[in-house]
Design a protein around this ligand. Sequence first.
Ligand SMILES: Nc1ncnc2c1ncn2[C@@H]1O[C@H](COP(=O)(O)OP(=O)(O)OP(=O)(O)O)[C@@H](O)[C@H]1O
Ligand SMILES: [Mg+2]
Length: 466
Amino acid sequence: MKGNGETILIIDDKRNILEVLKGYLENEGYNIVTCSNGEKAIELFKESSPDIILTDFKLPGINGIELIKEIHSYDEELPVIVFTAYGSISSAVEAIKVGGYDYLTKPLDYDLLKIRIRRALDEKKIKMENRFLREELDEQYSMDNLIGKSEPMKRLFSIIRTAAPSSSNILIEGEYGTGKELIAKAIHNLSPRKDKPLITVDCSALPENLLESELFGFEKGAFTGAVNRKQGRIELAAGGTLFLDEIGEMGPNLQAKLLRVIQEKNITRLGGLAPIKVDFRLIAATNRNLAEETKRGNFRGDLFYRLNVIKIEAPPLRDRKEDIPLLVKHFMEKISKRENKPPKRMSPGVIEVFYNYDWPGNVRELENCIERMFILSEGELITEDYLPGEIREYTRGKVKPTTRRSIQGSAGEKDTLKNGVNLEEIEREAIVRALEIASGNKSKAAKLLNIHRKALYNRLKKYGLK
Ligand SMILES: Nc1ncnc2c1ncn2[C@@H]1O[C@H](COP(=O)(O)OP(=O)(O)OP(=O)(O)O)[C@@H](O)[C@H]1O
Ligand SMILES: [Mg+2]
């Protein structure tokens, strides 16, 4: 019940009360600061940072209510106990309403006061400890912008933590939408290079010759169109990190050049003569199994070994479904902030469906799905009604979405049943689905479907899709 040297700020305009309280509470083991008006109290509060405040309701100048409001604008959690006149319930109610922790009626019962002070301080302490724990937990569940608390994610965090400080090359392998880019950013941000640039190059985005000049830069006049000299992305990564995304798509010529850069730590601009020294940390990512590609002769073995100093695997979402609630919460908050809309909740039914689905597009597909549901739904609670049909139907019978839709689809149902399974319908559905998963990115959709981009374009035309 005794004090542990906590500081109490007491405000009362009656000197004798201050004197008595001070003596009594100092004896109980508290450190006491006193004053007789609200203005002075605010000054003292800023100076002495008390653990608790005891104040009379009626004060000259700033009254008790205003004082509580003012103090709480600095520290919302600071407990304030208000003394009110005997029988003045209304002022007590008012004090509690504005956030006073407790009230006591005058004349004061000192034993009761002692108990209330202790209770307020203990509660505050527990609150702080909980908050601290919560923050610690939150931190444990995320790294940079990567979220997860499943075993695969914990392992991932631990590899990132170990690998980040060094300058070793890193290869990140993982399916579409598993967060490979986020992993690369996290590594960079946790490395000593974090204040230098992280330069990203998507090797699948450009044809080989453009990619080469993008990476290496060129001197004026190196080729038609090279009217000015341009620094390459590798040079721009000096001191920092170079992230080569989709490295599996890099052609053999560039693979050979990249190998040389890694070995010799210098580059020569196109049309340039003198090599330029470069210091960068290389992170590469791919959704292919690069060891396999090497065996098949699609990727240079010597380059593979250079890249693969540290291998990081981005786990697919279906192997870490226990992260779904956390991810849902994260994306719901992100979208509500971005859209400037009040927060919403997913019904337990939706979460269950999410658990039953396999998420071929991984976290990106989940994020897109949540975004769509958030935008389309009206109330605060998002129900199963807003689930994309594909996901609902997939999980209902646990039958692959494309075939199920084609057998049950309402529009072409008769045709389908009459003619058996309609292959074109299946193909069309598969394309729509792949585009959805790839967020409309056609080359990614083509890769998902395992067909050439041109083949995808032909089919888009055939089915009148954009
Ligand atoms: N663990 C995660 N926590 C939070 N968000 C994630 C996580 N993993 C992925 N995301 C989100 O999912 C989306 C896809 O992530 P990212 O682009 O890093 O994946 P990727 O593996 O590079 O995909 P792709 O192979 O399609 O390029 C991003 O919006 C990203 O923010
Ligand atoms: Mg990526």
